[in-house]
Structure formats: structure tokens, C-alpha cells
Design a protein around this ligand. Sequence first.
Ligand code: GRF
Length: 213
Amino acid sequence: MKTGVLASGSGTNLQALIDAWKGGSLAPAELVVVGANVAGCLAVERAQKADIATFVLSHKAFPTREDFDRALVAELRRRGVELVVLAGFMRVLTGAFLDAFPERVLNIHPALLPAFPGIHAQKQALDDGVKLAGCTVHFVDKGTDTGPIIAQAAVPVLPGDDEDSLGKRILGEEHRLLPAVVRAVASGQVNVEGRRVRILPPAGLADARLRSL
Ligand code: GRF
């Protein structure tokens, strides 16, 4: 399944996808293009190093969000993209984008949704005193981090944590979870029933394998 990744920053989740792809564990997903809205961001460099096509479209160059979204769709379509992964893409997408890829846009968020949507999720978790934090991969809908949850991973919040130490612990789980979910979606193992998402066992494999998600 031809997969496009959108990013705005350091691209460590993109790197996890690249490593999985090169290592053969992302199939049937293949990374065909990486798009960014910030020129010179590290994510674009990572893609170029991996010989993946890239494009940069600054949202500032478009009069409306919809115009920006339509331009993104055109770039992705040009490469035949069927599945879109938001990996640290710091723009909220409108229907102009989402309607072009129904149930085919994934996002990774550094919190156990529905708690702590939006920016500074790790700070929100620390400020609220939760003892478990984590990350969520979900389908994207028109809200901010509100779409159906596909998979989550939890990490402890330790007494001495600050945003940085907690963020790093969560990122470690993000890098494991995102490629696993992309592979499962591309394999047709992910079923959406309203708000509930079921991950079906891969053909011929026992349930034990599923729990590794
Ligand atoms: C990650 O924490 C991700 O959950 C959030 O943005 C951050 C991106 O980090 N959506 P990176 O660019 O993948 O390093």
C-alpha cells in the first residue's frame, strides 16, 4: 500500500517507519513520499537520506486551510498515495484533505487519548499528576486528536520527570507502535466500527502475535 508521511519537525517517528520499511517489517506498506510544511526540517533530510521522494509546501503560501489541504492532496495523489501517516505534522487538516482519504489518515499523539489532546501533551500529563502516560495511534477526523483509537502504549510517569524525560520515554513507545499500526492497517487487519477499532489477527497467525502491537 503506497504510503505518504507528513511531518513538520525532527522526524524520529518517520525514521522508525523508514527503518521498519528498510528492514522489511512495514510491508505491505511502502513509503513513497514524505511531505513537510517547514522547509529544511530534519524529517525531509531523513527522507532524502533514505532515497524517498519529498515535497515541501508551506501553509503560509495559501490563503485558506482548504487551499493548503487541496495542494497536499494533489502532491500525494501524484505519487499514488493510498495511506497517509501524520508523524509530527503540526497542522490540523480539514475535510478538503480528509474526504480525499477516508479512513486512511493516521496520526500519532504523545498521550493516552482522549486525555490530553492538542499541543504540549506531556506537560498536560505532568500538570495533571497522572501516573501513566503514553501514546496513541488513531484515525484522523475533523477534530484535534479525536478520531477512533487504533492502538495505545503506556509508560510510567516517574517522580523526577520533566517534559523532556517523559517525552523521551513516550517517544520510545511511539517508535515501536507506529510502524506496527501502519503494517496492520496496510494488511487490512484494522476494522473500524463507529468509535471502536478492532485489530484482526493476521491470516494464519495466532492471537499471541496481535498482543505484540
Ligand atoms: C511526536 O511526539 C508525535 O507524537 C507528535 O509529534 C512528535 C513528533 O516527533 N505528534 P518526531 O518529529 O517524530 O520526532
